[in-house]
Design a binder for this molecule. Structure first.
Ligand code: ADP
Length: 218
């Protein structure tokens, strides 16, 4: 994929709305000669935006366009965009967890056991919920209010960004702990937290793709 010129974008728009349309007709709408349009039409057909059908005219290849977007997005893995995780011990009290939320400037904290394996997730809404009751913030450990395993939705560094993004949308959450899985006792999985995958990571990738050269394509 590459940037289209303004005129090429106009041509794509015209074909999208009026397909099938002949080269002569496009030239007429743009008030240029057919010959002047030839290089643009060649680029647009070669790069898969338009299809030239003999005796019919140009049609818009939405399939090709969407396939190109999918192909680019599918190149990105969670490890390419993830952030550092914010982690606390499950024995920390709720007050300290709230302080961590502010000092680390995050909305979600991952909770780990003594061996540093993931046991839960605690976020802004969980803290707000505790303010509705009479919980002693200094006494009650964060493990009491967290969402705990096995209900925590996670992803792996090698997962595709699109698959992890799907989990965020389907579960209506802000982030996923990025984990490495260790198989302990038979059937028991231990999860080491190696990062955090957030809505901000997705937004940043979106902007990178819009404004920078696509590093994956060189
Ligand atoms: P916020 O509380 O800031 O709205 P979320 O929408 O992410 O943030 O969290 C809403 C609820 O989902 C909370 O109860 C939180 O514990 C839980 N939650 C957050 N992240 C996850 C996750 N990755 N897996 C399972 N539950 C989660």
């Amino acid at each position: 994929m590459f940037d289209l010129s303004q005129r090429q974008e106009r041509i794509v728009e015209i074909v999208r709305k009026q397909e099938p349309i002949t080269g002569e007709k496009i030239a007429e709408i743009l008030k240029v000669t057919r010959a002047a349009l030839r290089p643009d039409l060649a680029i647009l057909t070669m790069s898969g935006y338009l299809e030239a059908k003999p005796r019919v005219g140009y049609t818009y290849k939405s399939e090709g366009f969407h396939n190109a977007i999918r192909r680019i997005l599918n190149q990105y893995r969670v490890k390419d965009v993830k952030s550092m995780p914010v982690v606390i011990s499950e024995t920390s009290n709720i007050y300290d967890a709230i302080v961590t939320l502010f000092t680390e400037d995050t909305g979600t904290i991952y909770v780990v056991d003594d061996d540093n394996y993931l046991t839960g997730v605690v976020s802004r809404k969980d803290f707000l919920k505790t303010t509705l009751g009479r919980t002693d913030l200094f006494k009650v450990p964060v493990s009491v209010i967290m969402t705990r395993m096995p209900n925590v939705v996670t992803c792996n560094p090698e997962d595709k960004v699109v698959d992890a993004a799907k989990k965020i949308v389907n579960h209506e959450i802000d982030s996923l702990p990025v984990v490495k899985v260790f198989v302990g006792d038979p059937g028991e999985e231990k999860l080491e937290v190696v990062g955090r995958f957030t809505k901000t990571n997705i937004t940043r990738l979106f902007l990178d793709l819009a404004y920078k050269n696509n590093k994956k394509e060189g």
